[in-house]
Design a protein around this ligand. Structure first.
Ligand SMILES: Cc1cc2nc3c(=O)[nH]c(=O)nc-3n(C[C@H](O)[C@H](O)[C@H](O)COP(=O)(O)O)c2cc1C
Length: 279
Protein backbone atom coordinates (compact mmCIF):
# COMPACT_ATOMS: atom_id res chain seq x y z
CA UNK A 1 0.00 0.00 0.00
CA UNK A 2 1.33 3.45 -0.91
CA UNK A 3 1.75 5.96 1.89
CA UNK A 4 0.91 9.65 1.87
CA UNK A 5 1.18 12.36 4.48
CA UNK A 6 -0.68 15.68 4.61
CA UNK A 7 0.83 18.62 6.52
CA UNK A 8 -1.41 21.64 6.83
CA UNK A 9 -1.71 24.96 8.60
CA UNK A 10 -5.18 26.42 9.04
CA UNK A 11 -6.06 29.67 10.80
CA UNK A 12 -9.83 29.41 10.80
CA UNK A 13 -10.65 25.92 9.53
CA UNK A 14 -10.92 26.03 5.72
CA UNK A 15 -7.61 24.34 5.08
CA UNK A 16 -8.40 21.77 7.77
CA UNK A 17 -11.60 20.95 5.85
CA UNK A 18 -9.82 20.45 2.49
CA UNK A 19 -7.12 18.32 4.18
CA UNK A 20 -9.75 16.14 5.84
CA UNK A 21 -11.63 15.60 2.56
CA UNK A 22 -8.41 14.93 0.63
CA UNK A 23 -7.43 12.30 3.18
CA UNK A 24 -10.83 10.61 2.69
CA UNK A 25 -10.40 10.55 -1.08
CA UNK A 26 -6.84 9.20 -0.92
CA UNK A 27 -7.96 6.44 1.43
CA UNK A 28 -10.69 5.53 -1.09
CA UNK A 29 -7.87 5.20 -3.63
CA UNK A 30 -6.08 2.71 -1.34
CA UNK A 31 -3.52 5.07 0.18
CA UNK A 32 -2.47 4.86 3.79
CA UNK A 33 -2.68 8.49 4.92
CA UNK A 34 -1.57 10.48 7.94
CA UNK A 35 -2.84 14.04 8.23
CA UNK A 36 -1.24 16.55 10.63
CA UNK A 37 -1.84 20.14 11.59
CA UNK A 38 1.73 21.45 11.66
CA UNK A 39 0.97 22.86 15.12
CA UNK A 40 0.69 19.32 16.45
CA UNK A 41 4.10 18.01 15.46
CA UNK A 42 7.68 18.60 16.48
CA UNK A 43 10.33 19.38 13.83
CA UNK A 44 12.42 16.41 14.99
CA UNK A 45 9.55 13.97 14.28
CA UNK A 46 9.28 14.88 10.60
CA UNK A 47 12.24 12.87 9.34
CA UNK A 48 10.77 9.66 10.79
CA UNK A 49 7.30 10.49 9.54
CA UNK A 50 8.38 10.93 5.91
CA UNK A 51 11.04 8.22 5.61
CA UNK A 52 8.88 5.60 3.91
CA UNK A 53 6.23 7.94 2.51
CA UNK A 54 5.65 8.07 -1.26
CA UNK A 55 3.77 11.35 -1.49
CA UNK A 56 3.67 14.48 0.70
CA UNK A 57 0.92 17.13 0.56
CA UNK A 58 1.30 20.67 1.96
CA UNK A 59 -1.84 22.80 2.50
CA UNK A 60 -2.30 26.35 3.79
CA UNK A 61 -4.44 29.47 3.37
CA UNK A 62 -3.26 31.97 0.77
CA UNK A 63 -2.10 35.23 2.36
CA UNK A 64 -1.26 37.73 -0.38
CA UNK A 65 0.04 35.03 -2.75
CA UNK A 66 2.25 33.38 -0.18
CA UNK A 67 1.81 31.09 2.81
CA UNK A 68 1.26 32.12 6.46
CA UNK A 69 4.43 32.60 8.52
CA UNK A 70 4.07 29.29 10.47
CA UNK A 71 3.89 27.37 7.15
CA UNK A 72 6.82 29.32 5.67
CA UNK A 73 8.91 28.43 8.73
CA UNK A 74 7.80 24.80 8.51
CA UNK A 75 8.81 24.57 4.85
CA UNK A 76 12.07 26.38 5.51
CA UNK A 77 13.11 23.78 8.09
CA UNK A 78 11.58 20.80 6.24
CA UNK A 79 14.17 18.05 5.59
CA UNK A 80 15.56 17.41 2.13
CA UNK A 81 14.00 14.63 0.03
CA UNK A 82 15.49 11.26 0.95
CA UNK A 83 13.39 8.81 -0.98
CA UNK A 84 12.36 10.21 -4.38
CA UNK A 85 9.15 11.54 -2.84
CA UNK A 86 6.62 13.38 -4.94
CA UNK A 87 4.71 16.32 -3.48
CA UNK A 88 1.51 18.32 -3.95
CA UNK A 89 0.79 21.82 -2.71
CA UNK A 90 -2.64 23.30 -2.22
CA UNK A 91 -3.82 26.69 -1.03
CA UNK A 92 -7.26 27.78 0.13
CA UNK A 93 -8.29 31.28 -0.85
CA UNK A 94 -11.23 33.64 -0.95
CA UNK A 95 -10.81 35.22 -4.36
CA UNK A 96 -7.34 35.39 -5.91
CA UNK A 97 -4.43 33.06 -5.34
CA UNK A 98 -1.99 34.07 -8.08
CA UNK A 99 0.85 31.54 -8.32
CA UNK A 100 0.96 30.81 -4.57
CA UNK A 101 1.12 27.02 -4.55
CA UNK A 102 3.74 26.97 -7.31
CA UNK A 103 5.74 29.71 -5.57
CA UNK A 104 5.88 27.59 -2.40
CA UNK A 105 6.50 24.44 -4.44
CA UNK A 106 9.70 25.95 -5.84
CA UNK A 107 11.20 26.02 -2.32
CA UNK A 108 10.56 22.29 -2.01
CA UNK A 109 11.87 21.50 -5.50
CA UNK A 110 15.16 23.01 -4.28
CA UNK A 111 15.10 20.44 -1.45
CA UNK A 112 14.90 17.62 -3.99
CA UNK A 113 11.14 16.94 -4.04
CA UNK A 114 9.30 16.25 -7.29
CA UNK A 115 6.42 18.71 -7.57
CA UNK A 116 3.38 17.03 -9.13
CA UNK A 117 0.33 19.10 -8.20
CA UNK A 118 -0.33 22.73 -7.35
CA UNK A 119 -3.92 23.80 -6.85
CA UNK A 120 -6.06 26.42 -5.07
CA UNK A 121 -9.53 25.98 -3.57
CA UNK A 122 -12.02 28.82 -3.31
CA UNK A 123 -13.37 28.83 0.22
CA UNK A 124 -15.15 31.35 2.45
CA UNK A 125 -13.22 34.56 3.08
CA UNK A 126 -12.00 35.11 6.65
CA UNK A 127 -10.33 38.53 6.17
CA UNK A 128 -12.64 41.51 6.47
CA UNK A 129 -11.32 44.27 8.73
CA UNK A 130 -12.04 48.00 9.03
CA UNK A 131 -8.80 48.89 7.24
CA UNK A 132 -8.70 45.86 4.93
CA UNK A 133 -12.18 45.23 3.63
CA UNK A 134 -12.43 42.23 1.36
CA UNK A 135 -15.94 40.82 1.46
CA UNK A 136 -17.76 40.00 4.66
CA UNK A 137 -17.52 36.33 5.68
CA UNK A 138 -20.79 34.40 5.77
CA UNK A 139 -21.59 31.72 8.29
CA UNK A 140 -24.47 30.11 6.44
CA UNK A 141 -25.28 27.80 3.52
CA UNK A 142 -22.78 29.61 1.34
CA UNK A 143 -19.99 27.84 3.23
CA UNK A 144 -21.59 24.46 2.48
CA UNK A 145 -22.16 25.44 -1.14
CA UNK A 146 -18.43 26.19 -1.55
CA UNK A 147 -17.67 22.81 0.00
CA UNK A 148 -19.96 21.11 -2.50
CA UNK A 149 -18.20 22.79 -5.40
CA UNK A 150 -14.80 21.76 -4.05
CA UNK A 151 -15.57 18.08 -3.49
CA UNK A 152 -15.18 17.00 -7.17
CA UNK A 153 -11.94 19.02 -7.40
CA UNK A 154 -10.57 17.27 -4.32
CA UNK A 155 -11.61 13.92 -5.78
CA UNK A 156 -9.71 14.74 -8.99
CA UNK A 157 -6.65 15.83 -6.99
CA UNK A 158 -6.65 12.45 -5.21
CA UNK A 159 -6.92 10.66 -8.58
CA UNK A 160 -4.07 12.70 -10.04
CA UNK A 161 -1.89 11.87 -7.04
CA UNK A 162 -2.83 8.19 -7.35
CA UNK A 163 -1.95 8.06 -11.06
CA UNK A 164 1.18 10.17 -10.56
CA UNK A 165 -0.19 12.68 -13.04
CA UNK A 166 1.41 16.14 -13.13
CA UNK A 167 -0.94 19.14 -12.92
CA UNK A 168 0.64 22.50 -12.03
CA UNK A 169 -1.89 25.34 -11.70
CA UNK A 170 -1.13 29.04 -11.21
CA UNK A 171 2.10 29.03 -13.23
CA UNK A 172 0.99 31.39 -15.99
CA UNK A 173 1.91 35.02 -16.72
CA UNK A 174 -1.10 36.67 -15.04
CA UNK A 175 -0.89 34.34 -12.03
CA UNK A 176 2.81 35.13 -11.61
CA UNK A 177 2.14 38.89 -11.95
CA UNK A 178 -0.67 38.78 -9.35
CA UNK A 179 1.70 36.81 -7.14
CA UNK A 180 4.56 39.30 -7.42
CA UNK A 181 2.21 42.22 -6.75
CA UNK A 182 0.47 40.65 -3.75
CA UNK A 183 3.70 39.36 -2.17
CA UNK A 184 5.14 42.87 -2.25
CA UNK A 185 2.27 44.10 -0.01
CA UNK A 186 1.42 41.26 2.34
CA UNK A 187 4.07 41.82 5.02
CA UNK A 188 3.00 45.45 5.43
CA UNK A 189 -0.65 44.38 5.73
CA UNK A 190 0.22 41.84 8.42
CA UNK A 191 2.42 44.25 10.38
CA UNK A 192 -0.11 47.10 10.20
CA UNK A 193 -3.16 44.98 11.00
CA UNK A 194 -1.49 43.16 13.87
CA UNK A 195 -0.74 46.48 15.57
CA UNK A 196 -4.51 47.11 15.68
CA UNK A 197 -5.35 44.23 18.06
CA UNK A 198 -7.00 45.08 21.37
CA UNK A 199 -9.34 43.51 23.89
CA UNK A 200 -12.70 45.07 24.71
CA UNK A 201 -12.75 44.50 28.46
CA UNK A 202 -16.49 45.10 28.65
CA UNK A 203 -16.95 41.93 26.55
CA UNK A 204 -14.00 39.80 27.69
CA UNK A 205 -14.80 36.96 30.10
CA UNK A 206 -11.14 36.06 30.74
CA UNK A 207 -11.57 32.51 29.44
CA UNK A 208 -7.97 32.29 28.07
CA UNK A 209 -9.21 30.67 24.86
CA UNK A 210 -7.27 33.20 22.76
CA UNK A 211 -4.02 32.39 24.60
CA UNK A 212 -4.54 28.66 24.15
CA UNK A 213 -5.38 28.69 20.46
CA UNK A 214 -2.87 31.24 19.14
CA UNK A 215 -0.46 29.38 16.83
CA UNK A 216 2.41 31.80 17.48
CA UNK A 217 1.91 32.22 21.26
CA UNK A 218 1.44 35.90 20.61
CA UNK A 219 -1.23 36.53 23.25
CA UNK A 220 -0.19 37.03 26.85
CA UNK A 221 -2.42 37.23 29.89
CA UNK A 222 -1.76 40.43 31.81
CA UNK A 223 -3.74 41.22 34.95
CA UNK A 224 -7.36 40.90 33.90
CA UNK A 225 -6.82 41.36 30.22
CA UNK A 226 -4.61 40.19 27.35
CA UNK A 227 -1.79 41.88 25.49
CA UNK A 228 -0.42 41.12 22.05
CA UNK A 229 3.25 40.56 21.30
CA UNK A 230 4.88 41.14 17.91
CA UNK A 231 4.70 37.62 16.38
CA UNK A 232 1.18 37.77 15.02
CA UNK A 233 0.70 35.76 11.78
CA UNK A 234 -2.69 37.44 11.26
CA UNK A 235 -4.35 34.04 10.97
CA UNK A 236 -7.44 35.60 12.63
CA UNK A 237 -8.08 32.54 14.77
CA UNK A 238 -8.39 34.47 18.05
CA UNK A 239 -10.49 37.17 16.39
CA UNK A 240 -12.87 34.61 14.86
CA UNK A 241 -13.07 32.20 17.76
CA UNK A 242 -13.43 34.57 20.72
CA UNK A 243 -16.78 33.50 22.21
CA UNK A 244 -17.73 37.06 23.19
CA UNK A 245 -16.28 38.99 20.22
CA UNK A 246 -13.98 40.77 22.65
CA UNK A 247 -10.94 40.71 20.37
CA UNK A 248 -10.91 43.72 18.10
CA UNK A 249 -8.70 44.61 15.17
CA UNK A 250 -9.37 48.30 14.95
CA UNK A 251 -12.10 49.87 17.11
CA UNK A 252 -14.68 49.69 14.31
CA UNK A 253 -14.54 45.91 14.37
CA UNK A 254 -16.57 46.10 17.60
CA UNK A 255 -19.52 46.27 15.21
CA UNK A 256 -20.02 42.57 14.52
CA UNK A 257 -22.76 43.16 11.96
CA UNK A 258 -20.40 45.17 9.77
CA UNK A 259 -17.42 42.98 10.61
CA UNK A 260 -18.73 39.46 11.16
CA UNK A 261 -16.23 36.85 12.35
CA UNK A 262 -15.78 33.74 10.22
CA UNK A 263 -16.74 30.73 12.33
CA UNK A 264 -15.14 28.16 10.04
CA UNK A 265 -16.50 25.19 8.11
CA UNK A 266 -19.50 23.90 10.01
CA UNK A 267 -18.76 20.35 8.94
CA UNK A 268 -17.36 18.90 12.19
CA UNK A 269 -14.94 21.78 12.73
CA UNK A 270 -13.64 22.43 16.21
CA UNK A 271 -10.66 24.71 16.74
CA UNK A 272 -9.10 22.20 19.14
CA UNK A 273 -8.51 19.89 16.17
CA UNK A 274 -5.82 22.30 14.99
CA UNK A 275 -3.92 22.37 18.26
CA UNK A 276 -4.76 19.04 19.92
CA UNK A 277 -1.26 17.74 20.47
CA UNK A 278 0.28 21.15 21.08
CA UNK A 279 2.74 21.32 23.95
C1 LIG B 1 -3.77 37.75 6.33
C2 LIG B 1 -4.69 37.17 5.29
C3 LIG B 1 -4.42 37.36 3.93
C4 LIG B 1 -5.27 36.82 2.97
N1 LIG B 1 -4.95 37.02 1.65
C5 LIG B 1 -5.75 36.49 0.70
C6 LIG B 1 -5.43 36.64 -0.67
O1 LIG B 1 -4.41 37.22 -1.03
N2 LIG B 1 -6.27 36.13 -1.59
C7 LIG B 1 -7.42 35.47 -1.23
O2 LIG B 1 -8.16 35.06 -2.11
N3 LIG B 1 -7.74 35.27 0.07
C8 LIG B 1 -6.94 35.77 1.04
N4 LIG B 1 -7.25 35.57 2.36
C9 LIG B 1 -8.42 34.73 2.71
C10 LIG B 1 -7.99 33.32 3.12
O3 LIG B 1 -6.95 32.85 2.30
C11 LIG B 1 -9.13 32.29 3.02
O4 LIG B 1 -10.28 32.69 3.67
C12 LIG B 1 -8.63 30.92 3.54
O5 LIG B 1 -9.44 29.90 3.02
C13 LIG B 1 -8.62 30.80 5.05
O6 LIG B 1 -8.15 29.52 5.39
P1 LIG B 1 -8.11 28.94 6.88
O7 LIG B 1 -9.56 28.95 7.36
O8 LIG B 1 -7.58 27.57 6.73
O9 LIG B 1 -7.26 29.83 7.68
C14 LIG B 1 -6.43 36.08 3.35
C15 LIG B 1 -6.68 35.89 4.71
C16 LIG B 1 -5.83 36.41 5.67
C17 LIG B 1 -6.13 36.15 7.12
Amino acid sequence: MKKAIIYYFSGTGNTWWVSKELKKQLVLNDWEVNCFSIECIQDEDILNQITDVNHIVFGFPVYGSTAPIPMLNFIHSFPKANNNQTISIFGTQALASGDTAYFIGKHLIKKGYKLKQTIHFKMMNNLHLPRFRFYAPKNDDRVISLHRKNLPIIKQLALNITHNKKNIRGKYSLGILIGIFQRSHINKLITTASKGFSVDSSRCVNCDKCVNICPTKNIIKSKNTYVFDSNCALCLRCYSQCPTYAILIGKKSANIKKFPRYKGPQDGFNVNLLIKAKK
